[in-house]
Design a protein around this ligand. Structure first.
Ligand code: ADP
Ligand code: ZN
Ligand code: ZN
Length: 668
């Protein structure tokens, strides 16, 4: 006879909450929010106690007892459980698949040594400490107003900090944090950044500002031991500031008083596999649940947030000028590639500007969102091109690595010596990636110190940080890189940004492409002239008349965003429409489409629009064909209600097709 029943969430698909008995009369009764070790199938796994009951529908002969409860750990709070519950509900996933992966791995293994280790270590660490900030620079009036609005906000207060690049948003966050930390001796603050490469810079700033406080970081490059320690420091309330990437939104923070989302528009806040959540959206929910302020900062807010600011749901705080004295926004000019024909992809206008920087000893950044040497190689005599045999894509030439690589399925081949079709030995690279520009620039400017930063050049752990440090120390004259270098970095000696080839995004099928391109251009342009040196941004384009570029030249986000919102409104697209995407994968496209057609018809409804299934733009990846079905409604609750019922039916379907659902998809 069980003493009580533990209802335990496990990391399994389908139904993920299971009942176990707890027969022990003696000892402390288990509590909701504690972790428990149970046997599941043939394995022992760790689950999360989500309820304690007296009765169960499981027949007594089938009811297993839980093996142990991790009572050395403070239970996760009801608020945390509610957050995981909301995420599971909203993104239509089982609770266990959301709650458990949100915890450090070392907590989820049958052995407790890692936990007992970590707990002992934290016991020795100093108590929360002194929140006094050091070296606070005086704020300019708009910064001060913003910091006070954030620091003084009471109750759920979403604030959109709309500040041009270099306007000192970081300083506003830090001073708002100081206010919150000094007011409440226990307060914890969560700060999210979109990209792991941005954590060291901000971490340094925070540590220098609050030397007496414990800071925890949570991102994907921590070792499991470190992650456990940092997670626990947050969970036990010792870490007063937690800095992390999107996964940190699920951190346990018992005294959370403020959330900061830096570069809130950044698509990296969206998890693109498994539980496809938006950390920004969950953060807003979390702030609402706890009744605390949340700041969303950006120079180019997402249209969703801009829309909320427009309707008054979010309070807008503006920083219109750069913070450093004499620093002004860079002059943006378009270099018309139709008139100034490029040589090796570089117009004479850009070359002259590079030369001038080299003469003055200033830094330049060339931005190109395409890594590798050339996106494809071809045979000019028979027309063969380097297609990936497994995907609807090309094999990219990586010259320094002597490889052809598919960026979608990771297939790697040696560079063929001759054409596989006709034997011609003269295979030509077509188009240009960062490696090719690097090679050309080295030939053109042999005296310059040139550094390439992209996913290929920074594979080794720590190498990205090393590369950024080299730039900050001024040991680089020309930096060439992908979006990795575009975001957030405060490069003080940079006075020229060259944007090599942004045109392709202008004609994308993706309705979000122009919003993204604009944000990306403003971001990368914002790396220039931050320390007060006069600076320029040069955009090479064949479409110099395009309105998107005119808006960039005028630094006019307001009008651009206003126009885009109007277009979205007319076309009934987000943020005026709520969407979900059902994706299906099968060896044959027809199978995937047939499944989606069945799905479309399984639950007739008038309240929701179910579009026809279509192949995804990149149809085949790794020998699997992919198709999608878009589901839409102007009402979020109506869509949510439909999805719940619909998924129930879909899960009951017998199909070999692999499918998944994404709520609020970014790429459709
Ligand atoms: P943003 O995040 O808005 O792009 P940052 O926070 O990186 O801008 O600030 C840009 C630069 O301005 C940094 O070098 C920062 O130290 C400096 N700065 C910010 N606020 C002030 C201030 N009040 N007085 C002087 N310099 C400031
Ligand atoms: Zn491939
Ligand atoms: Zn050939």
């Amino acid at each position: 006879m069980a003493h009580c029943i533990l209802r335990i969430a496990l990391d399994t698909p389908l139904n993920s909450v299971f009942d176990y008995g707890w027969p022990h009369e003696e000892g402390a009764t288990p509590q909701v929010g504690q972790l428990a070790l149970v046997s599941f199938g043939r394995r022992e796994v760790v689950g999360l106690i989500v309820a304690i009951a007296q009765e169960t529908d499981v027949p007594p002969e089938k009811l297993k007892n839980a093996i142990a409860v991790r009572d050395q750990l403070t239970p996760l709070s009801p608020q945390w459980l509610a957050l995981a519950g909301f995420a599971a509900d909203y993104y239509q996933r089982p609770l266990g698949e959301v709650a458990l992966p949100g915890l450090p791995k070392n907590l989820r293994v049958p052995k407790t040594v890692a936990l007992d280790r970590a707990l002992k270590k934290l016991g020795k660490l100093p108590p929360p400490g002194d929140p006094s900030p050091l070296g606070m620079p005086p704020l300019n009036p708009s910064q001060q107003e913003a910091a006070n609005a954030i620091g003084g906000a009471a109750g759920f207060t979403p604030l959109l900090l709309y500040g041009v690049t270099g306007s000192g948003k970081t300083e506003v966050y830090l001073q708002a944090c100081a206010q919150v930390l000094q007011r409440d001796p226990q307060a914890q603050i969560l700060i999210l950044v979109p990209e792991i490469n941005l954590t060291p810079q901000l971490e340094g700033n925070i540590r220098a500002r609050f030397p007496g406080l414990m800071l925890a970081t949570l991102h994907s490059s921590l070792s499991e031991g470190e992650r456990m320690l940092h997670w626990l420091a947050a969970h036990q309330g010792q870490a007063r500031i937690v800095l992390g990437t999107r996964l940190a939104i699920l951190a346990s923070l018992p005294h959370l008083q403020l959330i900061v989302i830096d570069e809130e528009h950044d698509p990296s806040y969206k998890q693109q596999e498994g539980l496809r959540y938006s950390a920004r959206d969950l953060a807003v929910w979390r702030a609402h649940q706890l009744g605390i302020p949340i700041v969303l900062g950006s120079a180019t807010p997402s249209l969703e947030s801009w829309h909320h600011a427009g309707t008054g749901r979010y309070r807008k705080l503006e920083l219109r000028e750069r913070a450093v004295r004499d620093a002004v926004l860079p002059t943006v000019r378009l270099l018309d590639m139709e008139r100034d024909k490029p040589k090796e992809g570089l117009t004479s206008g850009l070359l002259a500007a590079l030369r001038a920087r080299l003469e003055r000893g200033e830094q330049s950044l060339l931005f190109l969102n395409r890594r590798g040497y050339a996106p494809v190689i071809t045979c000019e005599s028979c027309g063969w091109i380097s297609n990936c045999t497994r995907c609807t894509s090309f094999m990219v030439l990586h010259k320094p690595e002597h490889r052809l690589r598919c960026h979608h399925c990771s297939l790697e081949l040696r560079i063929p010596r001759h054409c596989p079709t006709c034997g011609n030995v003269d295979l030509q690279p077509l188009g240009r990636g960062t490696q090719r520009f690097e090679e050309n620039l080295r030939a053109m400017f042999p005296e310059a110190r040139i550094l390439r930063i992209d996913a290929d050049s920074t594979r080794k752990k720590g190498s990205a940080q090393e590369a950024f440090d080299t730039v900050h120390r001024g040991e680089v004259d020309i930096l060439i890189g992908t979006q990795m270098v575009a975001k957030g970095h405060d490069f003080k000696k940079l006075t020229l940004v060259g944007i090599l080839n942004p045109d392709t995004a202008l004609f994308s099928q993706d309705y979000r492409a122009s919003e993204r391109l604009f944000a990306q251009l403003m971001q990368v342009a914002g790396r220039a002239g931050r320390a007060g040196l006069a600076s320029e941004v040069l955009i090479q384009t064949r479409y110099a008349q395009h309105p998107l570029y005119s808006a960039v030249v005028r630094h006019d986000y307001d009008r651009f965003a206003g126009n885009l919102l109007e277009e979205r409104h007319q076309a009934a697209l987000p943020p005026y429409m709520y969407q979900a995407l059902l994706r299906a994968e099968a060896p044959e496209l027809a199978t995937a489409i047939a499944f989606l057609e069945e799905a479309r018809d399984i639950l007739p409804t008038d309240a929701i629009t179910l579009n026809d299934p279509i192949p995804m733009t990149m149809t085949r990846v790794h020998n699997v064909d992919r198709a999608q079905l878009l589901v839409e409604s102007p009402s979020r609750p109506a869509l949510q209600a439909f999805l719940k019922e619909w998924l129930h039916l879909l899960r009951a379907l017998k199909t070999r097709v692999r499918w998944s659902l994404e709520v609020d998809p970014l790429d459709i």
